[in-house]
Design a protein around this ligand. Structure first.
Ligand code: GLP
Length: 248
């Protein structure tokens, strides 16, 4: 696992976009795993700039998103479908037929989850999976206690996650209680992982992820076992790390 520490959110975002863009240039039909949340927003802005100003071509890229709230239609402003189209897809030349985001409105969620896993396999697996991290150490919506071998499935969101996400909804009762999420095992099958975190609110989670024991209590700690994982953080998120790492 490579730990890279950048000065601030902007530098972290530029570095992550650079990594992703170099993969797209090397392999134009690569399979990208995208994440939502505030952390990858700077990276998405930079990717849009690279597309518009430097012609970065996404026409052959295939995408899979990590998760989606159960019960929110794609048109809902807080759905992850809406988020991805607003913040990235509608600004680049991705082929809508190549975009995969879990269907929070699926009639048969179990069947949908199996289909999602099969589709990832059919596309040859995810080349690069982008990850944020929850303050409680969750990745995607794999909350503390998630099986480290889990696959795409429905998960109940923890109270902390509902509270963290309440700011996006008019009141806490509107926050969905369930989500469809790629499993920890699904994420670990990606050929390469890029986990990003910014700000002091993530410092404990990053400390546990990078230097703590691997445990289901902090699902993100599993990235220590991935052969090609990069943890790219800003100084604030790295502020509790004790080891010495590159990037200062
Ligand atoms: C949600 C998402 C995660 C994301 C996390 C952190 O729970 N399901 O994929 O990593 O939020 O979000 P933020 O980047 O806004 O802190």
């Amino acid at each position: 696992m490579l730990v890279v520490i950048k000065d601030n959110f902007e530098e972290m975002s530029k570095e992550s976009a650079k990594l992703l863009a170099s993969l797209v240039r090397r392999k134009p039909d690569c399979v990208l795993g995208f994440a939502t949340g505030s952390t990858p927003l700077g990276m998405y802005k930079e990717l849009i700039r690279l597309h518009k100003e430097e012609g970065l071509d996404f026409s052959k890229v295939i995408t899979f998103n990590l998760d989606e709230y159960v019960g929110l239609p794609p048109s809902h402003e807080q759905s992850y479908h809406y988020f991805m189209w607003e913040n990235l897809f509608k600004h680049i030349n991705v082929d809508p037929r190549h975009v995969h985001i879990p269907m929070g409105m699926a009639e048969n969620i179990e069947e949908f989850c199996l289909w999602y896993e099969e589709k990832i396999d059919e596309c040859g697996g995810i080349d690069l999976q982008i990850l944020g991290i929850g303050a409680n150490g969750h990745i995607a919506f794999n909350e503390p206690g998630s099986s480290l071998g889990s696959r795409t499935r429905i998960k109940t969101l923890s109270d902390q996650t509902c509270e963290d996400n309440a700011r996006f909804f008019e009141n806490k009762d509107e926050v969905p209680k369930y989500a469809i999420t790629m499993g920890v095992g699904t994420i670990m099958q990606a050929h390469e992982l890029l986990l990003m975190a910014s700000g002091v609110a993530k410092a404990d989670a990053i400390k546990a992820t990078v230097e703590g024991p691997i445990m289901a209590k902090y699902p993100a700690t599993i990235v220590q076992l991935h052969e090609f994982a990069t943890v790219l953080v800003d100084r604030d998120a790295a502020s509790k790390l004790e080891g010495s790492y590159s990037g200062f």
